[in-house]
Each structure stands twice: as C-alpha cells, then as structure tokens.
Design a protein around this ligand. Structure first.
Ligand SMILES: Nc1ncnc2c1ncn2[C@@H]1O[C@H](COP(=O)(O)OP(=O)(O)OP(=O)(O)O)[C@@H](O)[C@H]1O
Ligand SMILES: [Mg+2]
Length: 238
C-alpha cells in the first residue's frame, strides 16, 4: 500500500533562453484502491506530472511525499532505487524484447537476466500471465501476440515486483477499441482488488468511464478533479 501527496508541485522547462512553466503549483493526494485517470489535451502537462509522480523528473518547486517520506529531493540513485522497489510502469508501446519469450520479458523486470530464474519467480510470472488472460503464452515470442496481448504482457512485467504504484502513460492509445477496454478493465481491477495506486494518463475519452477519479489538466493546471461513485464500475462489470 502506498499513498502519495503532492504539495504545490510545479515544473519549468528552459530552452536555454526562456524558462517556461509547464506545470503550475499542484496539490494532490493519490490513494490506492481506485483507478485515477489523468486527462487533458496534448501538451497540457500529463506526462510531466506523471514523470514527477514516478520519480523520473524532479519538480522545480514543491514537495512530494510517498507515505510519510519526502521523495521530491532524493538524488538520482535514491530515486532509482525507490522506483525499482515501489513502482511499475506501462507505456503506450509495450516494448517487449524480441528473441526473448513472453515469460523471459516478464522476468527481465526482476533483473534476473543471465542467471537462471528462480522457480518461484517463474511461477509468479506464469500466474500473472494467466491472470491477465495470457495463459499458454509464456514460451511464445512477443511477435506472435496481438497488440492487446502484448500490452497485457507489459502489465505482467510491471506487476512482477508487486509495485504499490502503477503508472500508465496512454496504455490504450495504440490499441483497437476492444483491446483497450480489456486493458482498462484489468487496470481497474488491479487498482480496486489489489489495492494499488493506479494512475492512467490518457487523452482518450473512451477510458473516462473506467475512472473512479478523473483529474483534468489544461495548460499545466488541474481544472477539475472528480471522484465518481461506484455506479460507473457496476455498469462496466455488467
Ligand atoms: N524535456 C522538455 N523540455 C522542454 N519542454 C518540455 C519537455 N518535456 C515537456 N515539455 C513541454 O511541456 C509541455 C507539457 O508536456 P507533456 O509531455 O507533459 O504534455 P502531455 O499532456 O503529456 O501531452 P501529450 O498528450 O502530447 O503526450 C509541452 O508544451 C511540452 O512541449
Ligand atoms: Mg504525454
């Protein structure tokens, strides 16, 4: 379990001449057990905010806390270590490695390449693949899978270390509508049933119905933040 708190987090980028503010001071609390969708038009600052949350990018101002620990001022090594322990990432492109099996791709996230993976790890990878509807694909090459299956394999890779926080940047943008729905249902289940912090960045309105909480950004500022009641979830599950 994890809880994230952002206090007046802002980010500036400089092009060498000018400093431009791309994220205005933002205060947010992000909690487990719900699917949080971060939406907004292109350039509104979604990836910037997600990167700060994911300890990939440092804020220019403000403070961020993971549980009670301040994490906004960690050095690169500390941030990397925390990221490896507590976070999983899913991107628009699944980025699986050809030449490795699906199972090996999942195990790669444990850093066991070159060694014989432990039996426990293999079991966990196969259980995850099964839970994500990929039973029987463990020994298959990624290129044999559909786009939606590849994305689900990348979710298995993100989950193998049992991260408290799962960050997804446009996870359905490269998928057809049906595969996108399957992926969103899985992400919602991971948030609710497994009690993780799950944040999905998307500009695709088709993912909004899956959100328990919808945060909208425009021009680097949060313009709305609404928590749906669980009616939406009931509708989707039916
Ligand atoms: N490394 C960088 N250097 C300079 N400017 C940047 C950098 N990263 C992002 N920006 C700028 O910050 C703004 C917000 O970018 P960001 O990638 O967060 O938007 P986004 O909402 O994720 O957009 P998209 O939907 O296109 O992915 C944009 O104007 C972008 O050009
Ligand atoms: Mg983006």
């Amino acid at each position: 379990m994890a809880r994230l708190r952002l206090e007046n987090i802002a980010r500036d980028f400089s092009d060498g001449r000018q400093v431009r503010r791309v994220l205005f001071p933002t205060t947010l609390e992000l909690v487990p057990g719900q699917l949080t969708v971060l939406a907004g038009p292109s350039g509104s600052g979604k990836t910037t905010l997600l990167s700060i949350i994911g300890l990939v990018l440092r804020p220019s101002e403000g403070r961020m806390f993971l549980d009670e620990r301040e994490v906004s001022a960690l050095d690169d090594e500390q941030a990397a270590s925390l990221r490896l322990q507590r976070y999983g990432f899913v991107f628009q492109q699944p980025m699986l490695i050809e030449g490795l099996t699906v199972r090996e791709n999942v195990l790669l996230a444990l850093g066991v390449q070159g060694q014989r993976p432990q039996r426990e790890a293999v079991k966990k990878a196969d259980e995850l693949l099964t839970a994500l509807g990929l039973a029987g694909t463990a020994l298959v090459q990624p290129r044999m899978l559909s786009g939606g299956m590849k994305q689900r394999a990348s979710i298995a890779r993100a989950l193998i270390k049992d991260p408290a926080i799962l960050l997804c940047d446009e996870p359905t943008s490269a998928l057809d509508a049906e595969s996108g729905q399957v992926v969103m249902k899985i992400l919602k289940r991971i948030a609710i049933d497994e009690n993780r912090v799950v944040i999905v960045v998307s500009h695709d309105a088709r993912v909004f119905p899956y959100a328990d909480r919808l945060i909208k950004l425009e021009n680097g500022a949060v313009v709305s933040d609404t928590t749906e009641n669980y009616m939406a979830e009931t509708k989707i599950k039916q």
